[in-house]
Write a protein that binds this ligand. Structure first.
Ligand SMILES: [Cu+2]
Length: 216
């Protein structure tokens, strides 16, 4: 019995020292606004991030909206875009390095896109201008989308990292951190108080026809 207790005494501190990084992004907003979701990712300093393909992820089209609206994924992740409405939708992006067009497709159909290039990808529907989504293809396996309160958690090996926080309404911020055991992130503060919503173009780079804004 004694040796079991001794073994436990040796093993327990190791188990309690799992390397995990937690934090809460704070966002400055204008009065009355809710902060946009934030993507946080950690790139190892002094070495390349290991290539690790992310699990396939779904970003659906439902009630004329993308769900989720904001998604952080490791570069190389396959994202499927099922049309869960009973009308046609389209999915496209004109973001440099990540432009794509899945074409028009019917209710119940699904198409997918591999995000092979790191970057911030703004995604729209060519029929419904109100449909917008943001995919951040991060150059690292350690990426997370914050909850509504800005809280986040990354399970990663001990070491030094550069953290980046990005939202669609604020300039990105970075901070360096040394992770060892349970570690708290240095502050990550975004400022979206200067954000102004501007109409985006359709997939041809032209304004949407006025009728597109009047669809029920
Ligand atoms: Cu649509």
């Amino acid at each position: 019995m004694t040796w079991i207790l001794m073994l436990a005494a040796v093993l327990l501190p190791v188990a309690a020292q799992a390397d995990v990084l937690t934090g809460t992004v704070t966002t400055t907003v204008r009065a009355g606004n809710q902060p946009a979701p934030v993507v946080v990712y950690a790139e190892p300093l002094g070495g390349a991030a290991p290539a690790r393909e992310g699990k396939p992820v779904t970003l659906s089209q439902r009630n004329k909206a993308f769900a989720p609206r904001v998604l952080g994924v490791p570069v190389g992740t396959v994202v499927s875009f099922p049309n869960d409405d009973d009308i046609f939708h389209n999915v496209f992006s004109l973001s440099p390095g990540n432009a794509f067009d899945l074409g028009l497709y019917r209710a119940g159909a699904s198409k997918s896109r591999t995000f092979a290039t790191p970057g911030v990808v703004r995604i729209f529907c060519n029929i419904h201008p109100q449909m917008t989504a943001l995919v951040v293809a991060a150059p690292t396996p350690w990426v997370v989308t914050t909850g509504p309160d800005g809280a986040w958690r990354l399970d990663l090996p001990a070491g030094r990292y550069r953290l980046t926080a990005i939202s669609e309404r604020a300039a990105a911020v970075t901070a360096d951190v040394a992770v060892s055991g349970a570690t708290s992130s240095p502050p990550l503060a975004l400022d979206e108080s200067a954000f102004v919503a501007v109409p985006h173009t359709n997939k041809f780079g032209k304004p949407y026809p006025a009728a597109a804004y009047k669809q029920p």
